[in-house]
Design a protein around this ligand. Structure first.
Ligand code: 8OZ
Length: 372
């Protein structure tokens, strides 16, 4: 047993984590087709990464069909998907793990080839991003100009988050995380560069945070506040995002969430851009967890560019209560054990970050796990 706080227990809502090394939500695009349904391979992958009292935040899953932005990402809107996720949650629970599902709508990041009606992706405003996105067949195509949601349709989005939250419960998850980061729909509403609305969802910060607050309240209505987390990326630039001065916007958002006494807040550090590039992104910016710690009385999870020493230090200092690892968890299914022992890590070196099958997915070796 380690004396380091990173490897000590933590209360997370009604759950008791055995340590503070969290598996970050990771898009791996290996849902079974047709229907974007989790299957036995996904259950094996999550089971490999599950351990007693360890928290896994399962990959971003579209709350409805038009929320899909990449091929083969799983959904949480059909009965088949609920049955598929049940394989995953049962497998994680069999190993004593705790598993949350990340709820996702990509908004304007989608492509008409991924839309159920072949129409344009939806967004707060009809503002296109520069660059390219994936089509249904893994081709790259220019982003399309999205269609702005009407106020009535926004109410439907909120309802669909609540419905998906209920389906996540049916599927056996232990809680849910609302994905409000990395340039997807909720963040598109938060940030002025993607939100030029003139109604109650656009303009002042109070309005731009409205969708986040409404979705959070709807999901809390299903799960209770202590089983709901929110992920934010205040300094991210993924998918055409980026608020010129994130402090006022995110201070407001975080204070609104804090008032709801959620289970946790999950912040992506500025050095991880969210674009998937491993290099340092905005090293000149202060740590997001350090910046907002004083505004968040509950459990704070840090993510993005942490190594063992950085995670130990953040948790010792209290800038984070737990640290989420992404890529390191891909290549090291037993990452918490390896970190606790100071064991070497397998490098993440596979080309198949997403798409594909078992290769680069379930074929990474674990350390011997017998008790010392
Ligand atoms: C990488 C590739 C596809 C999706 C995110 C869900 O940025 C993602 C994602 C990351 O949060």
């Amino acid at each position: 047993m380690s004396a380091l706080r990173l490897f000590s227990p933590l209360r997370l809502g009604p759950h008791r984590l055995a340590h503070r090394v969290v598996m970050a939500p990771l898009t791996r695009a290996r849902a079974v087709q047709p229907g974007n349904v989790p299957g036995p391979l996904n259950a094996e992958y999550y089971a490999q990464r599950a351990g007693k009292g360890g928290l896994i935040i399962a990959e971003a899953s579209q709350v409805r069909a038009d929320g899909q932005g990449f091929p083969q990402t799983p959904g949480i809107h059909s009965a088949e998907q609920v049955a598929g996720w049940r394989l995953v949650t049962d497998a994680v629970h069999a190993r004593g793990g705790i598993v949350y599902l990340q709820l996702w709508h990509v908004g304007r990041i989608s492509h008409s080839s991924l839309q159920p009606d072949g129409g344009l992706p939806v967004a707060p405003s009809a503002i296109a991003l520069e660059g390219k996105t994936f089509t249904r067949d893994w081709q790259l195509a220019p982003f399309e100009t999205p269609r702005a949601l009407t106020a009535g349709e926004i109410a439907g989005v909120v309802e669909d988050y609540a419905r998906a939250a209920g389906l996540a419960q049916e599927a056996g998850f232990d809680g849910v995380e609302i994905h409000a980061a990395n340039g997807y729909l909720i963040e598109q509403f938060l940030q002025s560069r993607s939100n030029q609305r003139t109604d109650g969802y656009g303009g002042p910060i109070e309005n731009r945070t409205r969708l986040l607050r409404e979705i959070t309240d709807a999901v809390v209505g299903v799960w209770g506040a202590d089983r709901v987390g929110v992920r934010l990326s205040p300094w991210g630039i993924a998918n055409g995002s980026g608020e010129d001065d994130p402090i006022p916007l995110y201070t407001h958002a975080i204070e609104a969430l804090a008032a709801r006494r959620l289970g946790y807040l999950h912040l992506i550090e500025p050095r991880a851009s969210g674009t998937g590039k491993a290099d340092l992104h905005r090293p000149e910016q202060p740590s997001a967890t350090a910046t907002f710690r004083s505004r968040w009385p509950g459990v704070l999870i840090g993510a993005g560019g942490y190594d063992r020493d950085g995670a130990i230090e953040a948790v010792e200092r209290g800038t984070a209560d737990a640290v989420a690892f992404g890529r390191a968890f891909i290549a090291n299914p037993d990452l918490p054990l390896r970190l606790e022992r100071g064991a070497p890590l397998n490098p993440y070196d596979r080309p198949t970050f997403y798409g594909g099958s078992e290769k680069g997915y379930t074929d990474y070796p674990a350390l011997e796990t017998e008790a010392a």
